[in-house]
Ligand binder design. Structure first.
Ligand SMILES: [Zn+2]
Length: 111
Protein backbone atom coordinates (compact mmCIF):
# COMPACT_ATOMS: atom_id res chain seq x y z
CA UNK A 1 0.00 0.00 0.00
CA UNK A 2 1.11 3.58 -0.58
CA UNK A 3 1.92 6.20 2.06
CA UNK A 4 -0.23 5.98 5.20
CA UNK A 5 -3.33 8.07 4.79
CA UNK A 6 -2.65 10.13 7.94
CA UNK A 7 0.60 11.43 6.49
CA UNK A 8 -0.93 12.74 3.30
CA UNK A 9 -1.36 16.49 3.10
CA UNK A 10 -3.65 18.50 0.89
CA UNK A 11 -5.13 16.82 -2.13
CA UNK A 12 -6.45 18.47 -5.23
CA UNK A 13 -8.07 17.69 -8.54
CA UNK A 14 -6.47 18.18 -11.89
CA UNK A 15 -3.27 17.47 -13.69
CA UNK A 16 -0.10 19.39 -14.34
CA UNK A 17 1.90 19.46 -17.55
CA UNK A 18 5.13 21.22 -18.46
CA UNK A 19 4.99 23.19 -21.71
CA UNK A 20 7.34 25.13 -23.95
CA UNK A 21 5.94 27.72 -26.31
CA UNK A 22 6.64 29.58 -29.52
CA UNK A 23 5.62 33.26 -29.59
CA UNK A 24 5.11 33.15 -33.40
CA UNK A 25 7.67 35.93 -33.98
CA UNK A 26 9.84 34.52 -36.80
CA UNK A 27 12.82 36.59 -35.58
CA UNK A 28 12.67 35.25 -32.03
CA UNK A 29 14.96 32.50 -30.79
CA UNK A 30 11.90 30.31 -30.22
CA UNK A 31 11.60 29.79 -33.98
CA UNK A 32 14.14 27.05 -33.22
CA UNK A 33 12.18 24.20 -31.57
CA UNK A 34 15.13 23.64 -29.22
CA UNK A 35 14.87 27.24 -27.92
CA UNK A 36 11.20 27.61 -27.14
CA UNK A 37 10.04 29.81 -24.23
CA UNK A 38 9.45 28.12 -20.94
CA UNK A 39 9.08 25.90 -19.14
CA UNK A 40 5.50 26.88 -18.30
CA UNK A 41 3.47 24.80 -15.91
CA UNK A 42 -0.12 24.31 -16.92
CA UNK A 43 -2.64 23.15 -14.34
CA UNK A 44 -5.91 21.77 -15.72
CA UNK A 45 -8.99 20.57 -13.91
CA UNK A 46 -12.65 20.00 -14.63
CA UNK A 47 -15.55 21.97 -13.25
CA UNK A 48 -19.14 21.35 -14.29
CA UNK A 49 -17.94 19.34 -17.27
CA UNK A 50 -15.61 22.09 -18.52
CA UNK A 51 -11.84 21.93 -18.48
CA UNK A 52 -10.18 24.94 -16.89
CA UNK A 53 -6.46 25.67 -17.25
CA UNK A 54 -4.07 28.08 -15.55
CA UNK A 55 -0.38 28.74 -16.04
CA UNK A 56 1.62 28.57 -12.82
CA UNK A 57 5.10 29.67 -11.78
CA UNK A 58 7.45 26.82 -10.88
CA UNK A 59 7.06 27.27 -7.09
CA UNK A 60 3.29 27.04 -7.25
CA UNK A 61 3.49 24.16 -9.70
CA UNK A 62 5.61 22.24 -7.18
CA UNK A 63 2.85 22.60 -4.57
CA UNK A 64 0.22 21.37 -6.97
CA UNK A 65 2.45 18.54 -8.09
CA UNK A 66 2.58 17.31 -4.49
CA UNK A 67 -1.14 17.79 -3.88
CA UNK A 68 -2.08 16.02 -7.11
CA UNK A 69 0.21 13.13 -6.13
CA UNK A 70 -1.55 13.05 -2.73
CA UNK A 71 -4.94 12.85 -4.43
CA UNK A 72 -3.74 9.95 -6.59
CA UNK A 73 -2.50 8.18 -3.46
CA UNK A 74 -5.89 8.69 -1.80
CA UNK A 75 -7.68 7.35 -4.88
CA UNK A 76 -5.41 4.30 -4.87
CA UNK A 77 -6.09 3.70 -1.16
CA UNK A 78 -9.83 4.05 -1.78
CA UNK A 79 -9.67 1.57 -4.68
CA UNK A 80 -7.81 -0.92 -2.50
CA UNK A 81 -10.35 -0.44 0.33
CA UNK A 82 -13.24 -1.03 -2.09
CA UNK A 83 -11.68 -4.28 -3.31
CA UNK A 84 -10.85 -5.46 0.20
CA UNK A 85 -14.33 -4.59 1.45
CA UNK A 86 -15.94 -6.41 -1.45
CA UNK A 87 -13.98 -9.58 -0.71
CA UNK A 88 -14.54 -9.24 3.04
CA UNK A 89 -18.28 -8.85 2.55
CA UNK A 90 -18.42 -11.95 0.37
CA UNK A 91 -16.58 -14.01 2.98
CA UNK A 92 -18.49 -12.67 5.98
CA UNK A 93 -21.88 -13.11 4.34
CA UNK A 94 -20.94 -16.57 3.08
CA UNK A 95 -20.11 -17.68 6.64
CA UNK A 96 -23.56 -16.44 7.65
CA UNK A 97 -25.07 -18.59 4.96
CA UNK A 98 -26.48 -15.60 3.13
CA UNK A 99 -24.11 -14.71 0.34
CA UNK A 100 -24.90 -11.32 -1.13
CA UNK A 101 -23.51 -12.18 -4.51
CA UNK A 102 -24.08 -15.25 -6.51
CA UNK A 103 -22.28 -15.34 -9.77
CA UNK A 104 -21.83 -11.92 -11.30
CA UNK A 105 -24.34 -11.59 -14.06
CA UNK A 106 -25.06 -8.83 -16.50
CA UNK A 107 -27.82 -6.42 -15.58
CA UNK A 108 -30.96 -7.05 -17.61
CA UNK A 109 -31.97 -4.19 -19.85
CA UNK A 110 -35.45 -2.88 -19.40
CA UNK A 111 -36.03 -5.10 -16.38
ZN1 LIG B 1 9.64 33.75 -28.97
Amino acid sequence: MSRPILHLGFACEGSLVCRYRCCQNPNCRCADPEQRHGPYWQLSWKRSGRTISRLLPADDAALYQEWIANRRSLEQILDEMRDLSHHAAQQILATRGSPLHGRDRPRLRGA
